[in-house]
Design a protein around this ligand. Structure first.
Ligand code: PHE
Length: 505
C-alpha cells in the first residue's frame, strides 16, 4: 500500500511537474499516510515538500447526532401533531427529555410552534431543518460561506475549529519514478559480491532523537553487594580483581591443596571447559604444589598419590572465589612482607541440581586476612565485628572440613524469624600446605571466610524463589521498584521461610 502510494506520488510528479496540494491530488488518502510516504521519499531525495495548513471546522459529537437525527427543534416540530389539539408539554417532555426542552425553545423562537395552555401546537405546516443542512455543508467543505452560520453553530457547540495539513510536493535532487530498496549498512557480503557498487544507501539522519536512555536501576543483588563492599572498605580491605571466570584447576583446586580425587573435582560438581580444555601453562611453583600433594612438607605428610599435571591444567568455570584469593596471595608473597586484607564479591559456578534456592551459579562474598601471629581467635573476633555491621550479632561456630583450611568453621547466627540457628558462612585458617607453596613466609597466617550474596539478598528483599531474582523470569518492575538496601537495618520485607535458609556452601 505505502509502496503503491509512493509510486503514484512519483508518477504524478513525473506527469505534472509538481503537486500543488495533496488534499486535492490525493483526496481519499489521510494526511498521516501521505506524510509517511513523503518522509520516506524525502529521505531518498526523491521529493521535497512543504506543509500547507488549512483552518477547518469539524463537527462536535452533538452536531454529529443532529446530522443523523435532525436538529432538536426539527425533531420536536415533527413530534407535535398538526391541528388545534397539539401535544401536552408533559407528554412531550416525557417522550423527548432534554431534546424536548432544548428543541421547544428554538421552536418558539423560530415561530414553528407555540404554547396553548398546557399544550404545544404547530404554527406552520412544514419546516426546513436549516441547522442540519448547515451542518452537512460544514461537514462536506470544512466551513460555510455565511459567517453568521458558523458563529451560530459554534455558539451552540455543534462545531469546533481545527487545522488540517496537506502538502505541496516538488521533485527532489534524486528524482526518479523507480523506488530502490535502500541499504542501511555496508555489509561484508556486499563488499565480497561487489553489490555495494549498485546499491543505494540510506542517508544518516543526524536530526533523529535516538532512543531516550532509561534511568538505570541496580539489581537487588548489586545493592546488597554494594553494602558488603562498603563494610569491607570501612574495615580496610582491598578489592580483588575477579574478572577471570575461567581458571585452571590448578588455581581453583591444586594450589588450594584440594586433592585431585576430591569429590568437588567431579564432572557432577564442576563445569569443565571443552574448548579450550586446558590452560596454556602453569605458574613456576607447580612443582612445589605437586610435591606437597604427593609427599607433603611444612609439617605435613601430604596425600601420597601421584599428582597429574594434566589434571591441574584442565580449565574450569571457577567454583569459588578462593581461586582468586590463592592467586592474589601468591602475588602478595612476591613482595616484601606486609599484612594485607582482601575481599571479593563475584559469581561462581557449580554443576548442581537447581531448585527454588539454588542455581548453577551464584555470588560469593569472600575475605582473606594475612598477618603474623594470627589465631582462630583473631578470625572469630573479626567475624563478630564484620557481621555486627550487618546487624547480625550472637554468632556461633561449628567445626567443619575444607581441604584448604584447618581449623575450619561454619558460621551460624540465631534467626529470630525461624527461631533457630542458621548457617550463614564458612571460614577457616588456611593450611601451610597451601600457603607455603604460594610463597608466603613461615609465621604468616591467613584467615579466610566466605558466604553467598544470594541468601542475604533473598532474605532482605523478601524473595523466596531464586528464579525471581536471577534469570529470564526476573520481573524488571521488581528491579526498578525495590528500595535501597541497608544491611544493618530491618527492611520490613524480610521473609521467614525455611527455603531461604538453605546453605549454598
Ligand atoms: N571457598 C569456600 C566455599 O566455597 C569459602 C571459604 C573461603 C572457606 C575461605 C574458608 C576460607 O564455601
Amino acid at each position: 500500500m505505502s509502496e503503491e502510494l509512493k509510486l503514484s506520488v512519483l508518477n504524478k510528479l513525473e506527469a505534472e511537474g509538481s503537486i500543488a496540494d495533496t488534499k486535492t491530488a490525493f483526496a481519499d488518502v489521510s494526511a498521516e499516510t501521505i506524510l509517511g510516504a513523503l518522509k520516506s521519499l524525502e529521505s531518498q531525495e526523491k521529493v521535497t515538500y512543504k506543509t500547507l495548513t488549512t483552518e477547518v471546522w469539524t463537527i462536535e459529537s452533538e452536531g454529529q447526532e443532529m446530522l443523523e437525527n435532525g436538529s432538536y427543534e426539527a425533531r420536536i416540530f415533527d413530534a407535535v401533531p398538526a391541528g388545534e389539539q397539539g401535544i401536552s408539554v408533559a407528554e412531550l417532555s416525557a417522550k423527548y427529555g432534554k431534546v424536548a426542552s432544548l428543541g421547544q425553545g428554538t421552536g418558539f423562537k423560530n415561530k414553528w410552534i407555540k404554547k396553548n395552555g398546557s399544550n404545544i401546537v404547530r404554527l406552520v405546516d412544514s419546516i426546513v431543518d436549516q441547522v442540519k443542512i448547515d451542518l452537512e455543508t460544514v461537514k462536506a467543505t470544512g466551513g460555510h460561506t455565511n459567517n453568521d452560520v458558523i458563529k451560530d453553530l459554534k455558539r451552540r457547540r455543534l462545531i469546533k475549529p481545527n487545522k488540517t495539513f496537506s502538502y505541496a510536493v516538488s521533485k527532489g535532487a534524486n528524482f526518479s519514478t523507480e523506488i530502490k530498496k535502500q541499504a542501511t549498512d555496508l555489509t561484508v557480503e556486499m563488499l565480497q559480491s561487489g553489490a555495494w557498487k549498485n546499491s543505494e544507501f540510506k542517508k544518516f539522519n543526524f536530526d533523529s532523537l535516538g532512543v531516550s536512555p532509561n534511568g538505570g536501576h541496580l539489581h537487588p543483588l548489586m545493592k546488597v553487594r554494594e553494602e558488603f563492599r562498603q563494610i569491607f572498605f570501612e574495615m580496610g580491605f582491598e578489592e580483588m580483581p575477579t574478572n577471570n571466570f575461567v581458571d585452571s584447576s590448578f588455581w581453583n583446586f591444586d594450589a588450594l591443596f584440594v586433592p585431585q580425587q576430591h569429590a568437588a573435582r567431579d564432572l557432577q560438581d564442576t563445569f569443565f571447559l571443552k574448548d579450550p580444555a586446558v590452560a596454556n601453562g602453569l605458574p613456576a611453583f607447580w612443582e612445589t604444589v605437586r610435591d606437597v600433594h604427593e609427599k607433603g612438607g611444612y609439617g605435613s605428610i601430604g596425600y601420597r598419590y601421584p599428582w597429574s599435571i594434566e589434571e591441574a591444567k584442565r580449565l574450569v568455570l571457577r567454583t569459588h572465589t578462593t581461586a582468586v584469593s590463592s592467586n592474589v596471595l601468591n602475588k602478595l608473597a612476591q613482595q616484601p612482607y606486609r599484612p594485607a586484607k582482601y575481599f571479593s564479591i563475584d559469581r561462581v559456578y557449580r554443576n548442581e541440581a537447581v531448585d527454588a534456592t539454588h542455581l548453577a551459579e551464584f555470588h560469593q562474598v569472600e575475605g582473606v586476612i594475612a598477618d603474623k601471629n594470627m589465631s582462630l581467635g583473631s578470625l572469630i573476633a573479626f567475624l563478630d565485628i564484620f557481621f555486627q555491621k550487618m546487624g547480625i550479632t550472637n554468632l556461633r561456630f561449628k567445626p567443619t572440613y575444607n581441604p584448604y583450611t584447618e581449623p575450619s568453621m561454619e558460621i551460624f547466627s540465631w534467626h529470630d524469624g525461624f527461631k533457630k540457628w542458621v548457617e550463614i558462612g564458612n571460614s577457616g585458617m588456611f593450611r601451610p600446605e597451601m600457603l607455603r607453596p604460594l610463597g608466603l613466609e613461615e609465621g604468616v597466617q591467613v584467615a579466610g571466610f566466605g558466604l553467598s550474596l544470594e541468601r542475604p539478598t533473598m532474605i532482605k528483599y523478601g524473595v523466596d524463589n531464586i528464579r525471581a531474582l536471577v534469570g529470564h523470569k526476573v520481573d524488571l518492575g521488581m528491579v526498578q521498584s525495590n528500595p535501597a538496601c541497608r544491611l544493618d537495618k530491618k527492611m520490613g520485607k524480610e521473609v521467614f521461610q525455611p527455603t531461604a535458609i538453605e546453605t549454598d556452601n
